[in-house]
Design a protein around this ligand. Structure first.
Ligand code: PNS
Length: 168
């Protein structure tokens, strides 16, 4: 008789431009529930970003280093195709507010219909319910304080990138 051990895998997909403390809250909680969590960065050539995919991968690798069961990857195309190719049956998504739910439910149902991939919704820690990468970038661009919203290394890189762009 052979013993079959199944590794429970999940994916946390997103743009992560840049990763915030809200993302880390969800990634860390997913890492406590699953044997392996893949943080998958969408390569979207049609959307302009502050950080390149390589920079986002490097920042994610840095800030998730304390979780041995988290790995970082990039994908393009459909998320369900990435899940199928990597044998990942579950997508983990954070829900900040009811306003997130409409679109997330639509995507979850579509992904389940397309490929039988399930989505687990995690309520965001209320401390981060207002947090979005786009807001962090906007506030930092106008000199607002965002150091409590992103990891320290992200904060440093964010201010440096904004300064680089300003000098151009
Ligand atoms: O951080 P974001 O930008 O809110 O993440 C959105 C993301 C990457 C999770 C979503 O856009 C996605 O899954 N894109 C991959 C393309 C895809 O599968 N589209 C069909 C969704 S039903």
């Amino acid at each position: 008789m052979s013993l079959q051990i199944t590794v429970r895998k999940a994916v946390c997909p997103g743009s992560f431009d840049p990763v915030t403390n809200g993302h880390l809250d969800i990634i860390g909680r997913a890492a406590a529930l699953y044997d392996e969590v893949v943080v998958a960065v969408l390569i979207n050539k049609t959307k302009s970003s502050l950080f390149s995919v390589e920079e986002r991968l490097a920042l994610l690798t840095d800030v998730t280093a304390s979780w041995p069961n988290v790995r970082i990857d990039a994908f393009h195309g459909l998320l369900v195709d990435y899940c199928r190719a990597n044998e990942i049956p579950v997508i983990v998504k954070g829900l900040r507010a009811v306003s997130d739910f409409d679109y997330e439910l639509q995507m979850a149902q579509m992904n389940r219909g397309l490929a039988g991939i399930d989505t687990l919704f995690m309520p965001t820690n209320p401390e981060y319910s207002f947090l979005a990468s786009s807001l962090v970038k906007e506030i930092a661009t106008y000199g607002g304080e965002v150091s409590s919203l992103v990891p320290e290394v992200v904060h440093e890189r964010l201010l440096a990138r904004i300064e680089e762009n300003r000098r151009r």
